[in-house]
Design a protein around this ligand. Structure first.
Ligand SMILES: Cc1cc2nc3c(=O)[nH]c(=O)nc-3n(C[C@H](O)[C@H](O)[C@H](O)COP(=O)(O)OP(=O)(O)OC[C@H]3O[C@@H](n4cnc5c(N)ncnc54)[C@H](O)[C@@H]3O)c2cc1C
Ligand code: HEM
Length: 370
């Protein structure tokens, strides 16, 4: 671990237990120093549980290897255009962060710690600002009209929309989405199709518990509604130079980016076997299995295994999808795509470690903090 990284981690332990209070203080400082910034944030800040502060702290802690995250920070900066963030706002936020750390670490705070946080924050902010600058030819977000809204189960909807301006993305990427029902609340959703000539995008959305945005998307949004979409992010894309066969592991609506990747392969793939493992609690939640089966019938390189964990009569595999993947194989020479809830992704990654799949061959998106 580098000295900078050690200082950042060590100093964070001084305040870690007071995170909630620190977050409140941080936001109060941001809004006091620049009251206009309040308008950038959602009305109900308690819903967010200090997403921005958490995100900055995580980013700062990874500063040891900024090159590894260069692409991510660039796209994060580009994505921040949707919040109307300007370069000068980075100083306000960075200043408030330093003030909060100083106050909560009190007399344990040192000049060395101060300098470490300044340096780390500056590197990240510079990369994000550069990312936003480089994207000035695109709009900060896209307005899109909902064309179709199909309920596939109690909690799941497939939504098709068309952005008013062309939106370039790669199969496997995600965008953030805002509905008019919860202004300024943005959530990430994977685009579930490969780019189409008419520019339309599919989303597979599952309404979670008391979820604000997912409930609105599944239960309230209708054809004709306008939604807003942020710029595409994510690295879960196909490496077209690889000749390896592919395994895709999807849990629930984690199928969305996998479906986009499969669609991309239907356009060009002739040589790579593609094995899809699709798991859900019950058959209702295997909301797109019929479509996958049709694709598998049409493309000889594609096979689909479906599994349920809580549906004993389901005529397919039973159990957690990560265990089922392990029963097939061997997989040591395959490229992997994994997508679903954080729990499902974590357990699949553990299985892949046990199966000795090298980490470099695994791309994944967890639908939450993983
Ligand atoms: C890269 C990425 C891609 C994603 N793609 C998709 C996608 O294609 N389809 C999709 O449906 N979702 C996807 N998600 C998840 C999505 O971004 C939201 O997190 C999810 O829809 C919940 O948002 P919300 O506003 O409805 O819930 P919030 O209001 O944020 O949360 C409300 C409550 O629900 C809990 N909660 C949040 N998420 C879950 C969950 N998954 N399971 C159980 N409880 C939860 C929270 O802890 C909270 O208590 C993706 C997430 C990421 C990071
Ligand atoms: C080092 C600098 C920064 C980093 C690493 C960063 C990172 C992030 C990330 C990852 C999120 C999304 C969190 C989530 O998943 O919901 C986020 C949200 C947000 N960021 Fe930043 N950000 C930075 C600076 C800024 C600045 C300068 C502003 C301008 C005020 C800003 C405004 C916002 C807003 C408004 C949100 C949405 C917050 C919410 O929904 O509660 N960010 N940030």
């Amino acid at each position: 671990m580098s000295n900078l990284s050690r200082l950042l981690k060590e100093s964070w332990t001084l305040v870690e237990e007071q995170q909630d209070k620190l977050a409140k203080y941080f936001y109060a400082r941001v809004f006091l120093n620049n009251p206009q910034l309040r308008e950038l944030f959602p009305v109900q800040m308690d819903v967010q549980r200090s997403r921005l502060l958490g995100a900055i702290v995580t980013a700062v802690q990874t500063v040891d290897d900024p090159d590894r995250f260069a692409e991510y920070l660039q796209s994060l900066g580009r994505d921040h255009r949707k919040f109307h963030v300007q370069p000068e706002h980075y100083d306000v936020v960075g200043g408030a962060l330093l003030e909060a750390l100083r106050v909560f670490a009190a007399d344990q705070w040192t000049l060395e710690f101060d300098q470490a946080w300044r340096d780390a924050y500056r590197v990240i902010a510079e990369r994000m600002i550069a990312g936003a600058d480089a994207d000035s030819s695109n709009p900060p977000y896209w307005h899109a009209e909902v064309l179709y809204h199909e309920r596939r189960s109690r909690d799941i909807a497939v939504i098709t929309c068309r952005p008013m301006h062309p939106l370039e993305y790669r199969a496997g990427q995600y965008v953030s989405v805002e509905t008019r029902y919860q202004p300024r609340l943005w959530r990430a959703y994977s685009v579930a199709n490969a780019p189409r000539k008419d520019g339309s995008l599919d989303f597979h959305v599952r309404a979670v518990g008391a979820g604000w945005v997912s409930s609105a998307l599944v239960r309230r949004v209708r054809p004709g509604d306008m939604i807003r979409i942020g710029s595409p992010m994510g690295q879960m894309t196909l490496d077209r130079r690889s000749t390896r066969d592919i395994v895709c592991v999807a849990g629930g609506t984690g199928l969305a980016p996998i479906k986009a990747l499969i669609e991309e392969m239907t356009l060009a793939n002739r040589t790579r076997w593609v094995h899809v493992f699709f798991g859900a609690r019950d058959r209702d939640d295997l909301y797109d299995l019929a479509c996958l089966d049709r694709l598998a019938a049409r493309y000889p390189w594609l096979s689909v295994v479906a599994a349920t964990s809580e549906d004993p009569d389901f005529p397919g595999e039973h159990g957690n999808i990560s265990d089922i993947v392990a029963r097939y194989g061997p997989w040591r020479d395959h490229d992997f795509f994994v997508s679903g809830s954080p729990t499902m992704v974590r357990s699949t990654l553990r299985t892949l470690v046990e199966l000795q799949v090298p980490a470099i061959r695994i791309k994944y998106d967890a639908f939450g903090d993983s």
